[in-house]
Ligand binder design. Structure first.
Ligand SMILES: [Zn+2]
Length: 148
């Protein structure tokens, strides 16, 4: 991995809800929450919420791929293993996250999400790629690569 400048991933600890700034270059070394010391697992989709979505997107300096899904959505379930794989393979280079649209209707409406699953890639807080509908892993990688 070649990181020429210091970059940060900004995520809220899922256990104690403290915001952490993590160096993605150290993602594989299992960074821990600065407050509760529980692990910050960046090799799997990071669950976002209505409360955490905006700040995570805005303050994370590597590309963020977000899977907008719902628990009842069959195609979302079909695509989920691909999202998991992308998270594992791009750990440290991209933040892969997921947002349950049923629990985040304001965010979903603000982004104009019309169908799920929808995948959006953000960089520097801005949307750079979007795909609606379940897609194979190769397509997720292609979307992500527009921001890498
Ligand atoms: Zn914590």
């Amino acid at each position: 991995m070649t990181q020429t400048t210091a970059t940060r991933v900004t995520v809220r600890c899922q256990f104690c809800h403290t915001w952490n700034r993590v160096d993605p270059a150290r993602a594989a070394q299992r960074p821990k929450c600065g407050k509760c010391a529980r692990p910050m697992l960046l090799d799997r989709p990071w669950p976002l919420t209505e409360d955490t979505f905006e700040r995570t997107i805005r303050e994370t300096e590597i590309p963020v791929l977000v899977d907008f899904y719902a628990d009842w959505c069959g195609p979302c379930k079909m695509m989920a293993p691909f999202v998991d794989e992308v998270a594992r393979e791009y750990e440290g280079r991209a933040l892969v996250a997921k947002l349950n649209t049923d629990l985040a209707q304001n965010t979903s409406t603000a982004l104009g999400i019309r169908g799920i699953p929808t995948t959006i890639v953000f960089k520097g807080g801005k949307e750079v790629a979007r795909q609606t509908g379940a897609v194979p892993k190769a397509k997720l990688v292609e979307l992500l690569k527009t921001a890498l």
